[in-house]
Design a protein around this ligand. Structure first.
Ligand SMILES: [Zn+2]
Length: 469
């Protein structure tokens, strides 16, 4: 079977870009290895047109590599190129495992561990954010989530207070410790397409973040003024989404933006605006819930979660996850200290592999031990490890294995000349035996009762108050 490294050395069009050759002439590849790179003319390889209109012949460094010797460098080069593509939009982006390990080191220095802190995670509701949630739960223990569409905070002080009240209490100092983590998200797929995300079992591509993408489109279509509603005002059938739109619109207006500026905004712009806005909202909620330095120490980490997956969920391109941290600080005994995670060295691939695999579930560990797993340095920026969703049924490996089995049985059906039919025809099987009468009357519905009550007694303004309460 073809290895990942072998396959990426073959001339697939989207991999034949000048960035792929850069590491071979830079610090990634030791000088003695450069002799393995010969010019395209020497190799007799036809020049390949790239997206920038530069041929690989023109770079003079067409890699012709003994695969058995330098596969590891091809993986590094590939991961470096993927990282540079992300860095065009998010210069601080590093691999998610690398980010969490650096963060753990930094917070440990200020007294925060998974044992003595509660993590307060805030992300979009999208299931693909669960990958980050699972990873940070491994580091900080099960987190209290305040998720909303696009990452918008709608839980209010009651929601935040609930999470804080679950914190461990240090035996010595009696202090509580909170780690607030807030990450709106975006997808930039392996080809660099903004917003495009492949999902397991779903053909084609969808969008991440769909809520931010839709909010940007709506604000562009209706203008800032229409979306700058009174704080807290929202649409009853769309509470989170309407609050998300008004928070974004108010922030754009606050930053001096106008309707004319909206035309040039793309998904990256609105994601960065969302990150700043949600951080502001989070800090305001913190100010309303933590009122005394003696109450607790806490850390605030805000950034953007970036899904950099293949164009198809289970094609050969590794699904990579990045975090672009923007604001990281601790408040210990009332004193705020900003932290620079880039000043902490990246972990080696072996360290990332060991830390990530040993903490994962048994199912994941089996996947992690698979030799096809991608885990390597991306230049001197970060270390990357391919991700799988935190459940094995939709992992790349399980889906490939299922297809392989299906192929075997399809062949057996043909070879053994079997007649196939639907084993469980619908309806008429066991489904008919478990059907039951309805559990409640249609009229027994609080929404129906509320709507009729609003219409007849309270009037429009009072109805609005109900939903604002
Ligand atoms: Zn989303």
């Amino acid at each position: 079977m073809q290895s990942m490294a072998e396959s990426i050395l073959q001339p697939r069009p989207h991999l034949c870009q000048p960035r792929l050759t850069i590491p071979y002439s830079s610090n990634v590849l030791p000088a003695k290895r450069r002799s393995l790179c010969i010019s395209a003319q020497q190799s007799g390889t036809a020049p390949t047109k790239t997206e920038n209109g530069v041929t690989q012949q023109q770079t003079g460094l067409q890699p012709l590599i003994g695969r058995q010797k330098v596969d590891m460098y091809a993986e590094q080069a590939y991961l470096t190129a993927r990282t540079r593509r992300i860095a065009q939009h998010f210069p601080t982006a590093i691999g998610v495992d690398d980010f969490l390990n650096r963060l753990e080191v930094a917070l440990f220095a200020y007294g925060f561990t998974g044992d003595n802190s509660i993590a307060m995670s805030n992300m979009c509701r999208d299931e693909i954010t669960g990958i980050l949630k699972t990873k940070l739960d491994i580091v900080f223990g099960s987190s209290f989530n305040t998720n909303g569409l696009g990452g918008v905070l709608t839980c209010g002080v009651t929601g935040v207070k609930a999470g804080l009240s679950h914190s461990p209490i240090s035996a010595g100092s009696g202090k509580e410790r909170y780690v607030f983590l807030s990450f709106p998200h975006i997808s930039v797929d392996a080809m660099g397409t903004l917003g495009a995300i492949s999902r397991p079992g779903r053909p084609g591509q969808s969008c991440a973040c769909g809520a931010l993408n839709a909010a940007l489109a709506d604000i562009k279509a209706t203008g800032l003024k229409a979306n700058c509603k009174r704080p807290g005002e929202h649409e009853p059938l769309d509470p989170e989404y309407s609050i998300l739109k008004q928070r974004l619109a108010r922030r754009i207006r606050h930053d001096g933006g106008t309707d004319a500026d909206l035309a040039n905004m793309d998904l990256v712009d609105i994601t960065k605006i969302a990150e700043r806005t949600i951080l502001d909202d989070l800090e305001y909620l913190i100010s309303q819930t933590i009122t005394s330095p003696s109450q607790a120490d806490y850390a605030v980490i805000s950034g953007v979660q970036i899904h950099n997956w293949g164009q198809s969920f289970d094609n050969q391109s590794p699904n990579l996850e990045y975090i672009a941290p923007s604001t990281v600080y601790t408040v210990v005994a009332g004193e705020r200290t900003y932290l620079d995670l880039n000043s902490i060295p990246q972990l080696t691939p072996r360290q990332i592999r060991v830390l990530s695999s040993s903490a994962a579930s048994p199912e994941s560990s089996q996947i992690d031990s698979n030799l096809d797993e991608v885990c390597g340095s991306a230049g001197d920026t970060t270390t990357l490890r391919s991700v799988e969703p935190p459940y094995s049924y939709s992992s790349k490996e399980s889906r490939r294995a299922a297809r392989k089995r299906a192929g075997i049985f399809a062949q057996l059906i043909e070879e053994e000349n079997l007649q196939i039919s639907n084993a469980s025809p619908w309806p008429g099987g066991w489904q008919s035996r478990i059907s039951a009468k309805t559990h409640k009357l249609e009229s027994d519905n609080s929404c129906t009762a509320e709507a009729s009550s609003n219409d007849s007694i309270l009037g429009d303004s009072a109805a609005e108050d109900i939903f604002l309460a």
